[in-house]
Design a protein. Structure first.
Length: 733
């Protein structure tokens, strides 16, 4: 047997100890990342605070002292509050102010204003103004969870390696390899010691490879590029801002309710609620958490948040909380156009099974039976819900959600009577609508009636004759009585509404929503025919085919979005590649839409339509052909963008979106993509998603980026062939 020298054996053991020391360096990485996250947030927030001080001019501060001369100070380079304080602190003096007590008074007042101004600043991701700071913060928020999960998994492997090392090294006797001891040791014992050294040598190799792999992966997580982080932010801005609040980053505290409208006792009751998030995947914003607590505290609620504030996720969070308490049967009723969307949201945001009660009578009955037996969240549209087995629905529903609840505001209709009766019978119910009060106060009262009849009893409204199917219109003196008696405060326990301007203080640059629907029977047949005929462009337009909006889910959803926008006096841009789609939309929305802008429309006429869209108080929607929109459109008036279908080129959609996103837009921009499940839409979205996000960055960063379009735009012919082949195979045509 060849001897191993004591020096060689000692060297191998020493190498092992060095590797074990490196192994321990993984432990503080989580804390280091947390520190970097905190530093990134502080860096961005301090820059935003400094800019706030820089934008408050000395002219606006003239009231601090009669001796302040804004013009003279500006001549000295002191034009803002920030510069004023900087000058005072550096020079202990101010041009034109000789009296020390006067200087002290100015300083005290200026610092007080600065303190209040800093406190009012909200943390905001802005890649145009703060590219590096924004990228760092987005990056470290995104990777903290990923790195934490990675390190947790590696810690398990590290413990296993350590255990194996201890087992070997504890039985290793280095002195065995000394020259004299070696000759005196029996062959069997020498062989055992040699085997241990060889095992340690192998562990060294294994540990070194593991260590290198760990840090390669960590370096992969911790390296970032501004363009990539910008794309990530634009793709999931709402979720990231929710994480900012959850991490309690500076400048993220937002008001969650209007204290003047909610009695202090009710606010305290709501805030005292604690709920289990075991079945919830989403991270909620502060006002959303308050909404969930409001639902859980009051049991029956009309949630009237303005669109874009996440009413759906609030309802799902409340459902998840009740599921954690043992409640098992939930029912969501919504318009047909968003049934698929609800099913997707349930899957995305909860760990609760979803059951689709929409479909043919036999399929509905089968799905209902499954729900009765297994529980979960059943989703049904308004037109089908009243056709379900009433006894089974009433006996099993424990929590009802009625989305777009304004659809049941008119008593006497079958869907209205079914849903409102169910709301009265179940332990918990949430009506959700951004337009609870559309035309008359009666609309709102009809929605509140099944949720809180005691409140209406107070005004003698609960027993109003509804023989004609509608609550009678209130007389002006009754309206005056309601207003003067504090009706809004009286309905506080049942009605909660927050406006975007009140809670989205940071106003994220963009929120993008995928609105999924499914083909109507007529459309399904038309789509199969288009695939059979290999009509790619026809396939793309089938989602807008049909005899009416009920037969056209995309159109129905478009009408809902536009109606709410019109109610809230918000302007909408609707983009499609196809003229027929634009013409139909313009016809269907003629009362609130201007004539469409398409190829062939004269420049003068186009500008006239643009001016009408911007200045009209009755026209809220502009349909436009996506590739002929051109320049000169002032979209500061518009903050809702709707895409009729996915586009072949990401650059086409990005340029259209940039009209609203780049043109001095100060409002939160909401982007809706109307999509049909199991269709060309879904395939195109899947194929173009990564390229779309990447091109968004290029197109928004510079005009010169248009030259990069070819690098990310797909081969259109190849894409068309792939989709046609896929659909032909799927539909067996």
């Amino acid at each position: 047997m060849v001897a191993i020298t004591k020096a060689a054996a000692s060297k191998i053991v020493a190498e092992l100890k060095q590797l074990q020391a490196k192994q321990a360096t993984l432990t503080p990485i989580n804390q280091a990342l947390a520190n970097q996250l905190a530093e990134a947030a502080d860096s961005l927030y301090q820059r935003e605070q400094a800019d706030a001080l820089a934008h408050l001019t000395v002219k606006e501060l003239a009231g601090l002292s009669y001796q302040l001369d804004p013009i003279a100070l500006a001549d000295q380079g002191i034009g803002s509050l920030g510069k004023l304080l900087e000058t005072i602190h550096q020079q202990n003096a101010l041009p034109g102010v000789s009296d020390r007590s006067e200087l002290q008074s100015i300083t005290t007042q200026a610092e007080k204003i600065a303190k209040n101004l800093r406190a009012a600043v909200k943390l905001k991701i802005d890649f145009d103004a703060y590219a590096t700071e924004s990228a760092r913060l987005v990056h470290y928020v995104r990777i903290n969870e990923a790195v934490g999960q990675f390190l947790q998994a590696q810690a398990t492997q590290s413990r296993e390696l350590t255990q194996r090392i201890d087992e070997v090294t504890n039985k290793l006797d280095i002195n065995t390899f000394g020259r004299i001891r070696w000759w005196l040791t029996p062959e069997k014992a020498k062989a055992a010691q040699v085997e241990k050294v060889e095992t340690i040598s192998q562990l060294n190799t294994e540990l070194a490879a593991w260590y290198t792999a760990c840090f390669d992966q960590i370096n992969h997580y911790t390296s970032y590029q501004i363009a990539v982080e910008r794309a990530e932010f634009e793709h999931s801005a709402a979720a990231l801002y929710a994480q900012f609040e959850a991490l309690k980053l500076p400048g993220t505290a937002t008001p969650v309710f209007d204290q003047t409208m909610i009695p202090r006792s009710l606010a305290a009751k709501v805030e005292a609620i604690e709920y289990d998030t075991t079945y919830l995947k989403a991270t909620l914003r502060g006002w959303q958490q308050f909404g969930v607590k409001f639902i859980l505290a009051n049991h029956k609620v009309l949630l009237g948040d303005e669109m874009g504030l996440g009413k759906t996720v609030q309802a799902l969070a409340a459902i998840a909380a009740k599921r954690a308490e043992g409640v098992t049967h939930f029912l969501v009723v919504c318009p047909n156009s968003i049934v698929i969307n609800w099913l997707r949201e349930i899957k995305t945001h909860t760990h609760i099974s979803a059951i689709n009660l929409h479909g043919a009578p036999a399929a509905r009955a089968q799905a209902l039976a499954k729900w009765v037996t297994e529980g979960g969240i059943a989703v049904c549209n308004y037109e089908a819900v009243w056709r379900l087995d009433k006894q089974k629905v009433f006996d099993n529903t424990q929590f009802l959600v009625a989305d777009e609840a304004h659809m049941v505001k008119n008593p006497g209709r079958k869907r209205s009577d079914f849903v409102t009766s169910l709301a009265e019978a179940v332990p918990m119910a949430v009506f959700m609508t951004g337009t609870a009060l559309e035309n008359h106060l009666e609309d709102m009262i009809n929605l509140i009636a099944p949720l809180a009849p005691d409140i209406l009893d107070h005004y003698g409204l609960a027993e109003v004759d509804r023989g004609d199917g509608f609550l009678r219109w209130l007389r002006q003196d009754e309206l005056d009585t309601l207003e003067s008696s504090g009706f809004k405060k009286m309905i506080a326990p049942v009605y909660l509404r927050r406006n975007r301007a009140d809670v989205l203080k940071e106003l994220p640059a963009i929120t993008q929503t995928l609105e999924w629907s499914e083909f109507s029977p007529y459309q399904a047949a038309e789509y199969k025919r288009a695939v059979q005929e290999r009509g790619f462009m026809a396939m793309r337009q089938v989602g807008w085919a049909g005899q009416g909006s009920k037969d056209t889910p995309k159109l129905e959803r478009l009408k809902e979005i536009c109606a709410e926008a019109a109610t809230n006096h918000e302007k909408v841009l609707f983009f499609s590649f196809f003229r027929q789609v634009l013409q139909r939309v313009a016809h269907e929305l003629s009362d609130i839409a201007v004539a469409p802008i398409m190829g062939g429309v004269a420049t003068s006429e186009r500008q006239a339509r643009i001016d009408e869209f911007i200045h009209s108080s009755t026209k809220f929607v502009m349909p436009a052909q996506i590739d002929t929109l051109g320049y000169g459109l002032n979209l500061q008036a518009a903050n809702i963008v709707i895409f009729a279908e996915p586009q072949l080129k990401p650059s086409t959609e990005a340029q259209a979106l940039s009209r609203a996103y780049r043109m001095g837009q100060t409002k939160h921009v909401f982007v809706y993509r109307l999509l049909t499940e199991d269709s060309v839409d879904e395939l195109m979205l899947a194929m173009l998603d990564s390229k779309q996000r990447l091109f968004d960055i290029y197109a928004k960063d510079s005009v010169a980026a248009r030259s990069s379009a070819a690098a990310v735009d797909p081969d259109e012919v190849k894409l068309e062939k792939q989709i046609l082949a896929h659909e032909a195979k799927r539909l067996a045509v």
